[in-house]
Structure formats: C-alpha cells, structure tokens
Design a protein around this ligand. Sequence first.
Ligand code: ATP
Length: 133
Amino acid sequence: MPTIQVSVVTPDGKVYDGAVDMVVVRTVEGELGILPNHIPLVAPLTVGAVRLNKGTTVEKVAVTGGFVEVRPDQVTILAEAAELPSDIDVDRAKEAEKRARQRIDSARSDEIDFKRAELALRRAVNRLDVAGK
Ligand code: ATP
C-alpha cells in the first residue's frame, strides 16, 4: 500500500517526520483527509489535531494555526506551534484553559479581549484533547 511522507515543522524545529497511510488536518474550511497522490494544494490551518493514520494506529499532533502544503508524495505542515501528546504539559494547558474561561467571562464588552481569550481557550482545549485529558 502506498504511503505519504508527513512532516510537521514549527519555528522551533521539526515535531514529526514519518510515512503514514493517511493524514487528516483541520483547515479553516473544515477537515481535509489526505491520501497518497493527492492533488497539490496549500491551505491555511486552524487550531486542531493533525491525525496520522498508520495501519490500525492513529497518532495525534496538536497544531496551532499555520499552513499545510500537499504534494503527491509529501505533506508539510508549517505550524505556529505543534506538540506530540507526550510533549503536552497538561497542567499548563489546564491553567491556560482556566485563564481563558475567566477572561471570556470578564471580557464580554471588549471584542478584542474576547477574541484573544477565545483563541487561547481553543488552543488549551485542543492540547488537552490531543493529550487525552
Ligand atoms: P500558554 O498560555 O500556556 O503559554 P499558549 O496557547 O498561549 O499557552 P502558544 O503561544 O500557543 O501557547 O505556544 C507557545 C509555545 O509554548 C509553543 O512552543 C508551544 O508549543 C508551547 N506550549 C504551549 N502550551 C503548551 C503545553 N500545554 N504543553 C507543551 N507546550 C506548550
């Protein structure tokens, strides 16, 4: 069965590099499942989990925005931040979630603070989801 090479890269370096059967990313327009020989494209990503399917296993990477570049044999995910489940500090994400929820409650009248807190909340919840918490 053909595989596709996937790398997840952040400004801090490479987070993942490997051959998979299928990769699923969350673009701003929705989920995109990519199999080998997919047509080339570039799409902006939203906060979400990248799912890497290999045989019967699925690995997840928490991704915070960026871009996906698809070529027939290679998928490159350029992310602002990305973490493997084992690299996620669950206590930190829980603290970030708590902080964001408090800010959302107190920032309803200020649109900018509200949006910032909402994005922070999405990052924290995504990390907890990928970490299985
Ligand atoms: P915090 O408020 O805890 O800093 P954040 O969502 O504002 O969270 P980001 O700006 O998305 O953090 O990321 C900054 C850096 O910290 C990135 O390198 C990211 O990988 C890392 N990071 C953020 N939260 C966690 C976490 N819970 N576990 C591990 N690394 C994290």
